[in-house]
Design a protein around this ligand. Structure first.
Ligand SMILES: [Zn+2]
Length: 107
């Protein structure tokens, strides 16, 4: 009985370590997904689409839905971007998502 309890605890510790590693891996992978870095900004037609587009991106950690707290216009490397500050409504992780406004504006 005692032995079983100990091994369960050890297993939980191991699984916590796995979860931490998984979270780090997911964060690294997220940076390769559209919208998670300025270089991979998602192109939108209008700023009014930012909230809808942000909610369509799943949280990389838990696949939960993001809630947009705020979004601002910024210029990074000469590119006009909308940067959305989002918080996952499931796990509470905050992050920034990047959008670029429109091909239309360039014409
Ligand atoms: Zn989440």
């Amino acid at each position: 009985m005692a032995k079983k309890k100990l091994s369960a605890r050890a297993a939980r510790r191991a699984s916590d370590r796995d979860a931490e590693k998984l979270t780090r891996d997911l964060e690294r992978l997220a940076l390769l997904e559209p919208g998670h870095t300025p270089g991979r900004a998602i192109v939108l037609d209008a700023a009014s689409q930012v909230e809808v587009a942000a909610r369509a991106i799943p949280c990389p950690r838990c696949r939960g839905l993001f809630r947009v707290e705020d979004h601002t216009a910024e210029t990074l490397d000469g590119v006009r971007l909308r940067v959305a500050k989002v918080v996952c409504s499931a796990c509470g992780a905050g992050r920034l998502l990047y959008f670029r406004l429109g091909a239309a504006a360039l014409n």
